[in-house]
Design a protein around this ligand. Structure first.
Ligand code: BGC
Length: 746
């Protein structure tokens, strides 16, 4: 049904009469843009922002609710509030996010199936008997927030059998729900409410609440102000000069306006979310912090991994990385939760996949995302766009806008191979890999098409490449320019190789022998071309040497036979040249410490890891970060923000260091032949600069624990292998042991 209410937010309601006592009842619902379902005055379910975010041109998801408890014999009132959301609100990318990317009309679809005590089964649906009235929600927008006028609330709108005044007929919706399917989205729920915030009175006289942690969600508050009072909240992630500051949100207004009707109320927004630590409050005569709560929402996936060490800064870094994921796993993996973006940037997701699969239980969440990736990829003929879903608005010429990248881009499009492989390695689910394999293969084939067009040598020379995004190694030293110095075709070809190799491994796991051979063969071709194009026979690079160029070569094994140490030395030299600091971006950073530790330079990995000055992971920690920043220099040493064009304090990409912490620092590694941690290689790589570390992973096969500590310069530790699992233990002194389930002390 559609209320045909234009831009007016609607409430819709319908009656359901039951001629007997219900013993089982389910509601199936979907509403556009966003909906909240109510039954007899109670909100149904505990999810927010339904029906979630996917390309609504391709498919829509309905949610299923058990409503037995809420129904009774006789008349029942079913209702829904509707908001704009991703479907029709202001959303997208570039200077002017648009309205109506997927459609312009509100609509709602619901089916209620009830079993009565006497065994009768009844089915009700949204039909022309439903009625609508204007909602107290006056405006709603993912980026801009919400306006709610409690004076316009209609008491009993979803509970009174007798229809309150103001309701009128609905129409049949023109929206097509034909691609309606059961959900793949993981429920978005309130997972935490933060303790009472600190109230700051700023030099400008503003009342600002500090929640002490950057979160995604909203503020809920107690209001008992006189009728007509306008309470106005603004959200942001940092103070500047001790005052409220929000310029880095760009065009996102991120605000909430509430007009009181004079009654006492617990207030929250319905159809938006914010990324914030600070909230400025206006319109309240006396701001009492205990009246406000920071409400954290996210896709409700369970944490599975934890790491603790002797160093509180390292622990804070782990915490920040974890929160970067909590905050950005909101139905899809987003780049950031606060500015006018919040898009499923595929490169960011690719980079974090391996870390995420240890920190949190990811299969369902990533499966949903990869389903979306597959849909987009089919639409774009093999290309995986910069972000998924890719809102498609027709441009002036009527052509659909391809999120600026018609040929795909290394790392970003490689989410097609990196994410499925991370899920397989960590959880060992062959059925998921089988479903996602076509996405992997289609992406490699799409690169191969470009390669063929350039003579089929095994190089990838096309695409709008972003390369080592946000690296700090530019010759001109411009740290605001996001393009790094590593050669773009070099990076692209290295990832062509990586994607082909992951596809070959997946084919092997799935028993697709022909494909396995095909992609192994392709890997050999790419490697030969890569070495010829970019390396001298002595192992030196023909392109300008950067840290990232060396990291990719080492991590992917792309160096001339026997010349690994030449590349390693070049990397160490580049690090020394930066005063023992990193200068890598999106391509190099996820693999930097792993490439060092795995190739005999564990001490250098620790040096980078323990750096405290810019650029380093702990610099952010020392500057008070509670999540991971987008840029190494998001905030300058004097506390000022380095720029506002593209600068978020909640981007998870560099949190990928946590993968190194699990695999190298603590030592837990999955084994390809027995994925999902049925088998593991346990190889702790301690360093005396850290006196102890311990980790726990609730893997798909059971709980692993690893601890090590230095006592009087001697290394001690213990390892727990879960039931029915096996591990190979490799200690720094060269000791090797095969372990079965149990706890072992060394
Ligand atoms: C996003 C990134 C993204 C990048 C690529 C940014 O605006 O926030 O994280 O990957 O653009 O262009």
């Amino acid at each position: 049904i559609s209320p045909a209410c234009g831009s007016v937010h609607p409430l819709v309601r319908g009656m359901v009469s039951l001629p007997g006592r219900p013993v089982a009842a389910r509601a199936y619902a979907c509403g556009l843009g966003l909906y909240e379902l109510y039954l007899n005055g109670e909100r149904v379910g505990d999810e927010y922002l339904t029906p979630y975010y996917n390309d609504y041109h391709f498919w829509m998801q309905y949610q299923t609710y058990d409503v037995t408890r809420l129904l009774h014999e006789g008349d029942n009132v079913l209702g829904a509030m509707l908001g704009n959301g991703w479907y029709k609100g202001r959303f997208g990318f570039e200077a002017n996010p648009r309205h109506g990317l997927f459609g312009d009309n509100f609509s709602f679809l619901c089916e209620l199936r009830v079993t009565l005590e006497d065994g009768r089964e009844l089915c009700f649906g949204t039909d022309r008997s439903w009625r609508w009235a204007p909602s107290p929600v006056l405006e709603s927008s993912i980026y801009d927030g919400e306006v709610y006028d409690a004076r316009l609330a209609i008491p009993g709108w979803c509970s009174d059998v007798c229809e309150p005044a103001g309701f009128r007929p609905v129409e049949r919706a023109e929206e097509s729900y034909t691609h309606l399917t059961e959900r793949l989205s993981v429920p978005v729920r309130i997972t935490e409410k933060l303790p009472v915030p600190k109230l700051i009175r700023t030099p400008k006289g503003e009342n600002v609440l500090d929640f002490g942690q950057e979160i995604t969600g909203w503020v809920e508050f107690h209001c008992s102000a006189p009728a007509g009072t306008r309470v106005y909240l603004q959200y942001d992630e940092i103070l500047q000069d001790d005052c409220f500051y929000r310029d880095n949100l760009r065009s996102a207004k991120a605000e909430y306006t509430y007009f009181s009707d004079g009654s006492t109320a617990r207030v929250r927004p319905h159809f938006t979310f914010y990324g914030f630590r600070y909230v400025k409050v206006e319109g309240v005569s006396q701001v009492r912090p205990e009246d406000f709560a920071g409400v954290h929402i996210r896709s409700d996936i369970d944490p599975t991994g934890s790491i603790e060490t002797a160093d509180s800064r390292v622990n804070q870094l782990f915490h920040n990385a974890m929160w970067g994921q909590f905050d950005n796993f909101l139905d899809i993996p987003t780049d950031c939760p606060q500015r006018d973006e919040r898009l499923g940037w595929t490169g960011d997701a690719a980079i974090i996949s391996a870390t995420a699969c240890k920190n949190l239980y990811m299969p369902a969440f990533f499966h949903h995302f990869l389903h979306n990736v597959g849909e987009e990829q089919q639409y774009y003929k093999g290309v995986v766009p910069f972000f998924v879903p890719a809102p498609k608005a027709p441009d002036e010429a009527g052509a659909f806008w391809l999120s600026g990248n018609p040929d795909g881009c290394a790392i970003w499009s490689d989410v097609a191979t990196m994410m499925p492989w991370a899920v397989y390695e960590n959880y060992g689910d062959l059925s998921l890999l089988r479903e996602e394999y076509p996405v992997m293969k289609a992406w490699v084939e799409r690169i191969r098409q470009d390669d063929q067009a350039d003579g089929g040598r095994g190089l990838w020379l096309r695409g709008r490449q972003l390369g080592d995004w946000l690296a700090l190694d530019r010759e001109d030293g411009d740290t605001q320019n996001p393009f790094g110095a590593t050669s773009l075709p070099y990076t692209a070809t290295a990832f062509y190789y990586y994607s082909a190799s992951l596809t070959a491994k997946a084919a092997k796991a799935l028993g697709y022998g022909e494909d396995q051979q095909e992609y192994q063969g392709l890997c050999e071709t790419i490697k030969a071309a890569f070495l010829e194009e970019y390396f001298q026979a002595d192992g030196t690079l023909k392109i300008p040497v950067t840290q990232t160029a060396c990291v990719l070569s080492l991590f992917f094994g792309l160096y001339p036979e026997g010349k690994r140490d030449v590349v390693l030395e070049a990397l160490k030299e580049r690090i020394r040249a930066r005063g023992n600091h990193l200068d890598t971006g999106f391509c190099g950073t996820p693999f930097l410490c792993r490439a060092l530790s795995d190739n005999g330079a564990n001490d250098v990995a620790y040096t980078l890891f323990f750096n405290e000055d810019f650029p380093s992971w702990l610099y952010e920690v020392n500057m008070g970060a509670t999540t991971v920043w987008e840029r190494w220099n998001s905030i300058l040493p004097d506390g000022s923000i380095s720029g506002t064009g593209m600068n978020s304090l909640n981007h998870y990409a560099y949190g990928s260091i946590v993968d190194w912490m699990y695999r190298n620092l603590c030592g837990l590694n999955p084994v390809e032949e027995a994925p999902g941690f049925k088998k593991a290689v346990i190889r702790p790589m301690p360093d005396a600069r850290l006196s102890w570390a311990k980790m726990k992973l609730d893997s798909a096969a059971g709980t692993y624990r690893i601890e090590w500590k230095y006592v009087d310069g001697q290394l001690h530790g213990s390892v727990t292998v879960p039931f029915d699992c096996q591990a190979q233990l490799l200690l720094p002194d060269g000791t090797q042991r095969q372990l079965t389930a149990g706890t072992y002390v060394f």
